[in-house]
Design a protein around this ligand. Structure first.
Ligand code: SAM
Length: 500
């Protein structure tokens, strides 16, 4: 069982060997394994580069003793150690390799453990950026160690290759670009952390080359440790992190502000009460018929329905007791007595909602509701799924569809405008921009912020109007939307002029 305080996951030797094998073939004269544990990387390098001077640093003495079979091991905490000054190399300065696997733990996890094994707030002199990360309480210790290495070794030709979370690797790329560190190339290979460490994190083998040469803040990404071909390049472009640099180059002119406002679906935190099944009319999950005023019931689709295109028929209903979060619900007693009775009967669940957003609000209130909720036509996308799938949704028997809060949507009154927006959102330009901006290992890869950056007007202007009209008409026909050709022509013109 790993020791949490030390972020202790020793790298299996087989993995260390595979990882070292991916490094460029170079005659390293010096090899450092910071936080070396039992020295698995030192042992691999002892075989691959027997002539290199090998040094390890490790805080736990038993580990340091074990690792000293493969090199000189300094028993010390890396946090108190000046890597540029205190190592006392005996070899000539030459190509230097840093390899390893820094602790897998965040500063805030360490404070929960009441651990002293953490860096002091500003214990690195002239470490640009380190104060910024130690200023945030939840920084990753591995990120701190990366920045320490990059800062203290910025004066020499060095290859730093370490296992870390993919999020840490991305932060480091951005750090390097923001601080114009002399990085000439990097790569990122995804590691199956479940298999090798039984850890449920997105981890990678991240390699950064520091030294003289042309500066490059992009990293070739490989889907696995032993893949030969890189799939994409991630990197820092114009001061921001981009998931796919090539897709970004193709689509950056569409990275702007959406002329339409993206919305999130409805949040109520009470699915047992507010969501009803469809079975010859709305019923509770336990199967009892719910008899309430029709005006407050809407066809409900969840993000998974949106993703899987399970939108053909109504399988659930949502009770929408307000038109705006601020509406007074007490008037329902008079205007919708059956709904009011249902809400009162289920008051325990609704009044017991934990989130503070419900405090000091109308009783039984919901969030993510406004005029847009009741627009008849919508384009919806799931925020949870890894492949962006936009869906066009019209009304069901005259009732507009509503969505859960893991779904994002654009509302439309006019089906022609909806069809044009759909054609723009399913274009190559949009898919390039999303590929460039979405990090698929995040919990919610598609965010409202990302969608809001898609400048549909710029895409419309870059598209031949006749082609856009044809594509819009085809998608409208496929969805059974009816409107006049003239309104489509107008919608295309409006899209090009930002007045969509
Ligand atoms: C993820 S393990 C990796 C060990 C080794 N590099 C490997 O790949 O097998 C992290 C190691 O960092 C050591 N460690 C934790 N805090 C440290 C510190 N402040 N200074 C030096 N080593 C530390 C732990 O004892 C542990 O051996």
């Amino acid at each position: 069982m790993p020791n949490n305080e030390f972020g202790d996951f020793q790298t299996p030797i087989e993995l260390a060997r595979t990882l070292v094998n991916t490094l460029p073939r170079r005659q390293w004269t010096r090899v450092l394994e910071p936080t070396c544990g039992v020295g698995n990387f030192l042992s691999v390098v002892a075989h691959s580069h027997p002539g290199a001077e090998r040094v390890g640093i490790e805080v736990q003495p038993e580990y340091a003793a074990a690792a000293s079979a493969f090199g000189r091991v300094i028993t010390a905490s890396i946090f108190d150690f000046d890597l540029a000054r205190d190592i006392e190399w005996t070899s000539e300065r030459g190509p230097t390799l840093v390899v390893g696997n820094p602790p897998w733990v965040t500063n805030s996890q360490l404070s929960v453990l009441d651990s002293a094994n953490r860096p002091a707030r500003t214990n690195i002199k002239n470490a640009r950026g380190i104060d910024a990360i130690t200023g945030s309480s939840n920084f990753d210790i591995a990120e701190y160690i990366w920045i320490k290495l990059l800062t203290e070794f910025a004066d020499r030709a060095v290859t730093i290759a370490m296992i870390c979370k993919t999020q840490v690797a991305r932060n480091i790329l951005l750090h390097c670009s923001r601080h114009t560190l002399p990085v000439t190339g990097s790569s990122l290979r995804l590691i199956d952390a479940k298999k090798w460490f039984d850890a449920g994190v997105d981890a990678c083998w991240f390699t950064v080359e520091l030294g003289p040469g042309k500066i490059d803040y992009t990293a070739q990404t490989y889907p696995s440790v032993d893949s030969v071909h890189s799939t994409t390049r991630i990197g820092a472009v114009d001061g921001q992190l981009v998931a796919n640099v090539d897709a970004y180059e193709r689509s950056k002119q569409f990275d702007g502000v959406s002329p339409l406002m993206w919305r999130q679906g409805i949040k109520h935190d009470a699915s047992a009460v507010m969501e009803l099944a469809e079975s010859n009319g709305p019923r509770t999950k336990l199967g009892s018929v719910v008899d309430i005023e029709q005006d407050y019931l809407f066809p409900l689709f969840k993000c998974t329905d949106v993703y899987r295109d399970k939108l053909q028929e109504v399988s659930r209903w949502m009770i929408v007791p307000q038109s705006h979060t601020g509406d007074d619900t007490a008037q329902l007693a008079e205007h919708a007595p059956k709904l009011w009775k249902y809400l009162i009967d289920n008051a325990a669940a609704l009044d017991g909602r934990k989130s503070s957003i419900y405090r000091n609000r109308a009783r039984f209130c919901i969030f993510g509701v406004g005029a847009y909720t009741f627009a008849p036509y919508k384009i919806a996308i799931s925020g949870f799924h890894k492949i962006p799938q936009f869906r066009m949704v019209g009304p069901y028997d005259g009732k507009p569809a509503v969505f859960d809060d893991a779904t994002y949507l654009l509302p439309f009154e006019d089906p022609a405008v909806c069809a044009v927006a759909y054609a723009l959102l399913t274009s190559q330009e949009t898919s390039d921009l999303i590929a460039a901006l979405a990090f698929w290992d995040s919990k919610r890869p598609v965010t409202k912020k990302l969608l809001q950056r898609i400048d549909l007007a710029a895409i419309a202007r870059a598209t031949d109007p006749a082609n856009l009209r044809d594509r819009s008409a085809a998608t409208a026909a496929a969805h059974g939307l009816l409107f006049e050709t003239a309104s489509l022509t107008r919608a295309v013109d409006d899209a090009r002029g930002r007045t969509l």
